[in-house]
Design a protein around this ligand. Sequence first.
Ligand SMILES: Cc1cc2nc3c(=O)[nH]c(=O)nc-3n(C[C@H](O)[C@H](O)[C@H](O)COP(=O)(O)O)c2cc1C
Length: 310
Amino acid sequence: MHNTQPWRFTVSGPAIELYADVSRQLMEDLTGREMIISCGAALFGLRLAVRSLGYQPTVELFPDPSQRRLLARVGAGRPEPMTADERAMLQAVPHRHTHRDAFEPGPLPGDLLQRLRDDAVAEGATLAVIGAGPEYQRLTAILASWSRWRDLYPTSPAEIQTRAEIFRWTHETGSQARDGVPAHAFPASAGRAAGRLPQRDFDLGRDWGFPPSGGPPPPVTAVLVAHGEDEESWLRAGQALQRMLLRAASQWVFAGLQTQPLQSTSVRSQIRSSLTPTGSPQLLLELGVVRSSHPTGRRPAGDLTTGEAR
Ligand SMILES: Cc1cc2nc3c(=O)[nH]c(=O)nc-3n(C[C@H](O)[C@H](O)[C@H](O)COP(=O)(O)O)c2cc1C
């Protein structure tokens, strides 16, 4: 979220431990749900790094129940060369980014959508694709009513907190920051995407109703669904997310992500009861082909890593 990079790695003998860095947890993310999903994405990156060395990773989730911030311990297991799929995902790491502007029209290439669904299942989550028509209308109606409610209380403590955090984590053009959301991630114009789902980070006051007042919906709208509402489910959902995003980016498909409406229990239960009955909705995704790439800043490895290999 907001490119906070809320993780830390510790080298512990032959293993690497992944910790949640709670100093980077957003105040609006009270349960740490978004922080742990983000850490799950980092965990998938770590697993891929082990694969690039020619080993299958060994992964223990929450290996020490007395340390809740210790999310995973990863080691190198049996030797096995990387597959072509994994190599393509690894090559996509530098250019994958969250896309907050319009997509090219048209469907996703080939069988990509089915492969993304399979990726989610393989990681212990689900990608619920929202069909055009009644399902999309139901989703946008839920979101539109959430956004109307939000507009009624623009000075509520929660709204002020959200805006303060956006301000804290976004940067101006030319900023050298290696975390936070860069200026180029802002949409090009306020009118660019009427009819798409509301964007939390960059709410430009568009019409969130249905049908859209202009511009087509994105090629694919989907919900990332976790099995349950617990830390392990979130960590698995985060790994699923990164696996899907990297596979998609390897075919020049990028995603816009949206989570703020899902911080509301009421929105979650409405989405769950009408669209994702088999699990807990975590994140809204919009996917489509994009031909440009702006890599997002990352903190240097030295700032994230502690400990020595034995
Ligand atoms: C759990 C989670 C929730 C997110 N919610 C939003 C969101 O509401 N709006 C948005 O613009 N981006 C959202 N993002 C995208 C992040 O802002 C983005 O991943 C982060 O800034 C890093 O940038 P990158 O994806 O380009 O590497 C979310 C990401 C995660 C992991």
